[in-house]
Design a protein around this ligand. Structure first.
Ligand code: N01
Length: 500
């Protein structure tokens, strides 16, 4: 329905990545067809559409990195390259019958709770201009790793050569035979570095903190395996289940008993010895904190690339960037043509939180400044009625597939919407008590874990050192806790505005 200045919809979904698409498909299945998906990019895929850098691939096994309702027997590798994942998501979207309600190249600029209408007024801006939606619910799936973070380095804005972030790769820039620098040594960088090493004249890699890198146990699926996945009932599910439980077995090591992580650490050290001959370089790349504290990376090619003659690893820190060079803190200046900034994303200061205004008239980030970034079950937040996050606070994983978490959250949201329909509730909003109890318990579990106490700084932690991004336990537990909408933990109102 469209009134003079608003288009009314039952549900407005923000983002067309794995999360937003899953929500759209499941709403459709429930007959909740009055929804719109607002997506700032020009297609589905989220992070898998944006991260097209050379070497981009998943570090979670392919079998786990798909929806449970759309298994893919055709993965080519045990860890999928980015183009295959993007194509997979596109294929699922095209087969879902929901794409007619996706609005691409359009960003949500603000969402404000309107108490009178008991709706979200969502302003959007895109190719077709500005538009306001009045939505009963907002399902926010903007992604936890979607807003590139640029480093604050003196002079970087004056650099005259090509400069781009890993998540915004400039494919028009020909790097062949160039002098290139990469800042950062996280998951993106270690995939980029081996690709660039083969192509550029010289590569400088600026490492602030060494990552733990274990071997990538890569396997190309044979024709026979693919046929079995496709035609023999249960084979692919079995493979998926075995990998799932293998991953869950990491949790006790990282969450409670760091000694159990010793084999992973030994594997990573062996990876260094195998990949690097130079003892000084081996020393530089050996981390000084517990394995798992930052995301554990996987690569067979990163260390050999660093050891190549045309690569320098610089660990002295960056003093400044000039028009054509980087000056390290020891004063050494290195001329470059191209600067790749692989410095990660805004994770603990979610950009969307700045533009969502709740029932108390303050933004979500103003609330978070007081409470820390937190939600009830990673999904709902007091003051923000009828707003549901997919991949919200403390739902990230250091060990397994986010698609599992996404499906769990979407199941919870579906049940919430069913509950609202069945009981004619106009609004649902988690209580402050339930939210703080959930988060106190979560932080208690997080406390002793390597994700919080592993002796490193990481994107998991906020500026107070509090881990607001990861789920600190088994994923099956998260699934269990989100299996039904627990309305008793919510303040609910009926359509007349009275508490129900
Ligand atoms: O980003 P990061 P990423 N000066 O934040 C350094 C997922 N992912 O894009 O460690 C100098 O991990 C920073 O140094 P330090 C995955 O979840 C998945 O690589 O903070 N250096 C670090 O080395 C991953 O964890 C895949 O000291 C600076 C690097 O930049 C997440 O995305 C592939 C700096 C940033 O590493 C993010 O990975 C890629 C500065 N001012 C990514 N600022 C898969 O395979 C930052 N750094 C699925």
């Amino acid at each position: 329905m469209t009134t003079a200045d608003h288009t009314h919809v039952d549900h407005l979904i923000v983002g067309a990545g794995f999360g937003g698409l899953c929500a759209a498909i499941k709403l459709e299945e429930d007959g909740e067809r009055d929804f719109v998906v607002i997506e700032k990019g020009s297609g589905v895929g989220g992070t898998w559409r944006d991260n097209t850098y050379p070497g981009a691939a998943c570090d979670v096994p392919s079998q786990l990195y798909s929806y449970s309702f759309a298994l893919n027997p055709d993965w080519s590798m045990s860890f999928s390259p980015q183009p295959e994942i993007e194509a997979y998501i596109r294929g699922v979207a095209e087969g879902s019958g929901t794409l007619d309600r996706f609005v691409f190249d359009t960003a949500m600029t603000s969402a404000t709770w309107d108490e009178t209408q008991q709706r979200w007024l969502v302003e959007t801006e895109g190719k077709a201009g500005k538009k306001t939606y009045a939505a009963t619910t907002v399902i926010a799936g903007p992604g936890a790793l979607s807003e590139p973070r640029l480093p604050e380095i003196e002079g970087i804005e004056d650099f005259q050569g090509e400069i781009f972030h890993s998540a915004k790769w400039n494919h028009d820039a020909d790097l062949t035979g160039k002098r290139v620098a990469v800042i950062g040594t996280g998951a993106s960088s270690i995939q980029i570095v081996p690709e660039l090493q083969e192509r550029v004249a010289h590569l400088d890699v600026y490492q602030r903190t060494a990552p733990w890198v274990i071997p990538r146990n890569e396997h190309r699926y044979t024709k026979a395996e693919k046929l079995a996945f496709r035609h023999i009932p249960g084979v692919q599910k079995l493979a998926r289940t075995a990998i799932y439980w293998g991953r869950e077995a990491y949790v006790p090591a990282f969450a409670w008993k760091p000694k159990l992580a010793a084999p992973a650490k030994a594997m990573a050290k062996l990876n260094i010895r195998r990949g690097i001959k130079d003892p000084e370089l081996r020393r530089k790349v050996t981390p000084d904190y517990e394995i798992g504290c930052k995301r554990i990376l996987i690569s067979n090619r990163y260390y050999p690339a660093l050891d190549a003659d045309n690569v320098d690893l610089i660990t002295d820190g960056i003093a400044k960037v000039t028009g054509s060079s980087i000056v390290a803190k020891d004063g050494t200046e290195r001329e470059i043509d191209v600067l790749v900034v692989a410095t990660g994303f805004y994770t603990t200061d979610l950009p969307i939180a700045h533009s969502v205004v709740g029932s108390k008239g303050r933004t979500m980030s103003e609330r978070f400044a007081e409470t820390g970034m937190s939600a009830y079950k990673g999904t709902t937040i007091p003051e923000f009625p009828n707003l549901f996050f997919v991949v919200g606070p403390n739902t990230g994983l250091g060990h397994s597939s986010m698609v599992f978490i996404i499906e769990s959250q979407v199941a919870y949201i579906r049940d919430a919407i069913r509950t609202m329909r069945t009981n004619a509730y106009a609004t649902v909003e988690p209580t402050e008590d339930a939210t703080s109890a959930w988060n106190d318990d979560l932080q208690r579990k997080m406390g002793p874990s390597v994700w919080s106490q592993g002796g490193c700084a990481s994107w998991y932690l906020d500026e107070h050192g509090r881990n607001t991004t990861l789920w600190p336990s088994f994923t099956f537990l998260f699934r269990h806790l989100t299996s039904t909408f627990d309305v008793d933990k919510y303040v609910v109102t009926a359509a007349n505005g009275q508490q129900a």
